[in-house]
Write a protein of this length. Structure first.
Length: 297
């Protein structure tokens, strides 16, 4: 006797659950960071094209003494200082000094500090001990005292400020590069390069340095912000860029005696410094979160 299984109608069809294609969440773009990029771009462009703009020279009087900001004239848009010079023109030309000092000192400190930090982190031993000791000694010395001592011994000038600010930035880049080099030196690809007979120079330049660039580059805008504040502090104390060359800190120093009757002489350059330093810090944090692989890991 043959037993047949009953037929089921309608037939059962096995189906597999299909996962819908879900797009990865898009990162929200911060309006504040976008405005910071815009501000920095505007400051850089105005500083580069200062001689081409339809504004008066920073040393030529354009009106009465301590005039308040007023519309109708581009030179008087932000008012005048005690000598009747345009504050707008002096802010734009002063951006050249602050940006050049910050960028040149930052790049020099980055090159020297990163090189020394890579040597200390890769070779370790006595090299690491000596360079770390020098960096700790420089960090223990108050930066402002060092800058004031250099400005008092040497003639106050752009070169003097560049030397002092470069010395201040080297230890920070040295410690950052050293710590990153120690971390990357223990990776498998570095060990493989050593086993294949690669020299120390090739490993440092081809294997480790490209991995240090994102973290060092993200830290660079923050250092420039600190250098701008340091240059402004020196100029405010009268040890910075000599007159009549304008600088943001020097403009605050010139207007501090008239802050009660003409507060715009202090608040305008102070606001420019605040916006620039704030923008640099925001851009540095944004670049670090986006490109620094140590934070992503």
């Amino acid at each position: 006797m043959t037993i047949t299984s009953p037929k089921v109608w309608p037939p059962v069809v096995e189906t597999r659950a299909v996962k819908p294609d879900i797009a990865p969440p898009r990162k929200k773009r911060s309006i504040v960071v976008g405005l910071c990029y815009f501000w920095l771009g505007a400051v850089i462009l105005l500083a580069m094209a200062a001689n081409l703009l339809p504004i008066s020279d920073y040393s030529v009087p354009v009106g009465g003494s301590r005039m308040t900001p007023q519309f109708g004239s581009l030179d008087l848009l932000l008012g005048t200082d005690s000598y009747g010079r345009s504050i707008l023109s002096r802010c734009i030309h002063g951006a050249r000094v602050s940006l050049v000092v910050g960028v040149v000192a930052g790049v020099t400190g980055l090159a020297v500090g990163a090189s020394l930090g890579m040597l200390a982190g890769y070779f370790r031993g006595r090299t690491d001990w000596f360079l770390s000791l020098v960096a700790d000694a420089m960090l223990a010395f108050p930066p402002l005292i060092l800058l004031l001592a250099l400005a008092s011994v040497l003639t106050p000038s752009v070169t003097t400020i560049l030397i002092g600010l470069t010395l201040v930035t080297i230890p920070s880049f040295l410690r950052l590069a050293r710590a990153s080099t120690i971390s990357w030196s223990s990776r498998e690809f570095v060990r493989a390069a050593k086993n294949l007979g690669a020299g120390s120079g090739r490993i440092l330049g081809k294997e480790i340095l490209p991995n240090l660039v994102p973290s060092l580059g993200a830290f660079f805008p923050i250092v420039i912000a600190a250098l701008i504040v340091a240059e402004g502090s020196l100029s405010f104390l009268g040890m910075g860029i000599p007159s009549p060359q304008p600088s943001w800190g020097g403009m605050i120093n010139d207007g501090k005696s008239a802050i009660a009757s003409a507060p715009h002489m202090v608040f305008v350059p102070a606001l420019v410094i605040f916006l620039t330093v704030f923008s640099l810090n925001q851009v540095g944090d944004h670049l670090r979160a986006r490109f620094d692989r140590t934070m992503q890991d």
